[in-house]
Ligand binder design. Structure first.
Ligand SMILES: Cc1cc2nc3c(=O)[nH]c(=O)nc-3n(C[C@H](O)[C@H](O)[C@H](O)COP(=O)(O)OP(=O)(O)OC[C@H]3O[C@@H](n4cnc5c(N)ncnc54)[C@H](O)[C@@H]3O)c2cc1C
Length: 413
């Protein structure tokens, strides 16, 4: 008797209708695999962790590999450059992305989700809402998922795109680590009117004395800002929200009171109901494995990055596309192995960069660490950063992250 050759997956259950899930479903569809997305929330209840976000050039290139880059380019405002500033308002360093790549784009999350939903509908990809996965059984020949409403669904494979607090992760590895409190709380707001001048496409990152703020002011006078505030005691999002937006706005104003940036004016222009208390930053240790049997993970469920890296959604899109290529060319177990070996080195390098170089993310992380920099460290940092970014601009800013292209047509062996 000859052993049966394992066959390629023809159907997939994709758990999570955030970013990674629908992008994976679109990529699988292009690969000839029938994918269905199951999202816990119904459409009306869906809220992202922040009102706006940036999509890096590499994320747009991943979408481009599956002919979906228009989803972002049609709704996004180009971020022409990034300006890193000290608490005194002094420009310390700037980053202009390479001209041969698409610019980073700022998008409102609600617009992005709408664009994703429309594109999925156009490709006839079903997204079922109000379907919270409870558990899943791998039978060896397929996977059966069980949802909170009592329904079941079955397919050849299951992909967990269910975010930082993934339900699929412990089904794959019961001993997988869980996210832990990162020592800071995050807040953000979309402000409809300010008296401040437009930043003309420049994203400002301010290393304040006691907290970190990024903001962009648009030509129409509206603005978006995000703050990372050190907070020693762990707090859940629910606990932080119970403090109330007015009290937090006062706390934030206090934190920026000595800074000579636009922070306090932006906070003054923010009505309390516009404040979104986005909760604690959470650190996610690397996972030992992303896959087991017929189940695998993508996006934040597999490799969450710090919010300030601006890479979470882009890495999620890259992983979704690479996973689909692997499943197009290989049976599930080999495909999952190939997918992990393609993705792990890049994900680890970006995570390492996000926490170890002196710009953006790590500067944010340090400024907004539970123990913010003292006067001496601040002075040293403000003196060294302009030189370091001039001498080794590319490596310090990590521009290599942006130039990552996926060749969809190349076969995966
Ligand atoms: C404050 C903040 C700011 C950020 N800013 C940026 C930025 O500027 N740029 C950037 O690239 N990234 C940013 N990120 C990171 C980015 O939001 C994530 O990396 C990205 O959303 C990951 O996409 P995902 O699809 O993997 O997860 P998510 O977007 O979290 O989607 C997961 C989905 O799964 C659903 N789900 C969860 N459990 C279940 C279940 N049991 N059954 C069914 N469905 C389930 C959830 O409802 C959700 O819709 C930021 C993050 C935060 C917190």
């Amino acid at each position: 008797m000859t052993a049966r050759t394992p066959t390629r997956a023809r159907t997939a259950l994709v758990i999570g209708g955030g970013i990674a899930g629908p992008v994976a479903a679109m990529a699988l569809h292009k690969a000839g695999i029938e994918a269905t997305v199951y999202e816990a929330y119904d459409a009306t209840k869906r809220v992202g962790p922040s009102p706006g976000m940036t999509i890096a050039p590499n994320g747009q290139q991943a979408l481009s590999a599956i002919d979906a880059a228009d989803m972002v380019s049609e709704i996004g405002t180009p971020v022409t450059s990034t300006s890193l500033r000290s608490w005194t308002g002094r420009h310390l360093a700037g980053l202009t992305p390479p001209p041969d790549l698409p610019p980073t784009r700022f998008v409102w999350r609600a617009d992005l989700h709408e664009a994703i939903d429309e594109e999925a509908a156009r490709r006839e990809i079903p997204i079922h809402r109000g379907k919270r996965l409870l558990d899943a059984t791998d039978t060896g020949a397929g996977v059966t998922a069980r949802f909170a409403d009592g329904s079941l669904a079955r397919a050849d494979i299951l992909i967990g795109a269910d975010g930082l607090r993934s339900t699929v992760r412990p089904l794959i590895d019961p001993s997988a680590p869980t996210p832990h409190y990162g020592g800071t709380l995050t807040f953000t707001a979309r402000v409809t009117e300010t008296e401040l001048p437009s930043t003309s496409g420049v994203l400002h990152q301010c290393l304040g004395k006691r907290a970190y703020m990024t903001y962009q002011i648009f030509d129409d006078g509206s603005a978006v800002w995000s703050v990372t505030l050190p907070h020693r005691e762990p707090m859940t999002t629910a606990e932080a929200r119970s403090v109330g937006p007015a009290a937090w706005l006062n706390r934030l104003t206090e934190a920026f009171t000595d800074d000579r940036t636009a922070a306090t004016e932006l906070l003054d222009s923010t009505p309390a109901p516009a404040l979104l208390i986005t909760g604690p930053t959470e650190n996610m240790p690397p996972l030992g494995t992303w896959s087991r049997g017929r189940m695998t993970l993508i996006g934040d469920a597999a490799h969450a990055t710090p919010p300030a890296s601006g890479q979470g959604a882009s890495l999620a899109s890259e992983s979704a596309v690479q996973l689909a290529r692997c499943l197009r060319d290989l049976p599930p177990s080999k495909a999952f192995r190939a997918y992990e070996s393609l993705r792990r080195p890049r994900v680890s390098r970006i995570l390492k960069h996000a926490t170890s170089t002196p710009t953006s993310t790590s500067a944010a992380a340090r400024t907004a660490s539970p123990k913010p920099a003292g006067p001496l460290t601040r002075a040293l940092r403000d003196a060294v950063l302009p030189v370091a970014t001039k001498v080794g601009a590319g490596s310090v800013w990590g521009t290599w992250q942006f130039d990552h292209r996926i060749d969809w047509d190349e076969r995966v062996d």
